[in-house]
Ligand binder design. Sequence first.
Ligand code: PAF
Length: 284
Amino acid sequence: METLTTVEAVRAQVRAWRAAGVRVAFVPTMGNLHAGHMSLLAAARFRAERVVASVFVNPLQFGPAEDFQAYPRTLEDDEKLLREAHCDLLFAPPVSEIYPDGGAQLTIVTVRNLSGMLCGQFRPGHFDGVATVVAKLFGIVAPDVAVFGEKDYQQFIIVRRMTRDLALPVEIVGAPTVRATDGLALSSRNRYLSADERARAPAVHQALQQTIEQLAAGSRDYATMESVGWQKLATAGLRPDYYSVRDAFDLQSPRANSREVVVLTAARLGRARLIDNLRLALRP
Ligand code: PAF
């Protein structure tokens, strides 16, 4: 695996693969890789002959009071894991390569409506930062297919919509959430949890599972299910930002004809903000 840091070098390599008729898959990340990322790499490997990963902690998607400076940067470990996962190329640019004008990025990609709800209400501008950098990375890497984790379900839906709205020639694939044995979704931010907080964190998955069981049993009283889920998290000592049942396709409130629903939550626990979701197909 080669590590490249410039747009030009990545373009040259991908161009050479394309000339040889090879399919390219892309896994964008912010590094500090764990088993969740490895599953994205495996999904990418399955879909193309060449796999490109990026490691870039994107300043544009962090709010002024958020953890951009503290975000774990572990490039050497990441390179080792990517090599083991048979990644072909790592793009690990400095901030100046992606934002050459020192942050004066005049073009911002906004996916209206979807970006302002749920996490977007609590992290203003976050999804604009995500959509902008993903569009930019697609422009640089020019992949045939890109893989995103379904743990960040709102991000996945926003990227899928952005790609469709801008007619970008990239197939967007979602990969299932990878969990610890006690149900906690793997995330780079789990390292912010103390031992006591880590012991309480599985309450997130337990609450979501309970809601899914109620939905599967036929309940459609979303407001009650949401407040029960919220309470379950509060009782475990978490501070939920939201706990919501939505249509899994467009993240609007479920409708009579919704075919699949998703239960999404974000909750604060110490320094960490845990996000997670579970989906359920509804019988017609
Ligand atoms: O999910 C992430 O790690 C980031 O939001 C992404 C998609 C790499 C964009 O910076």
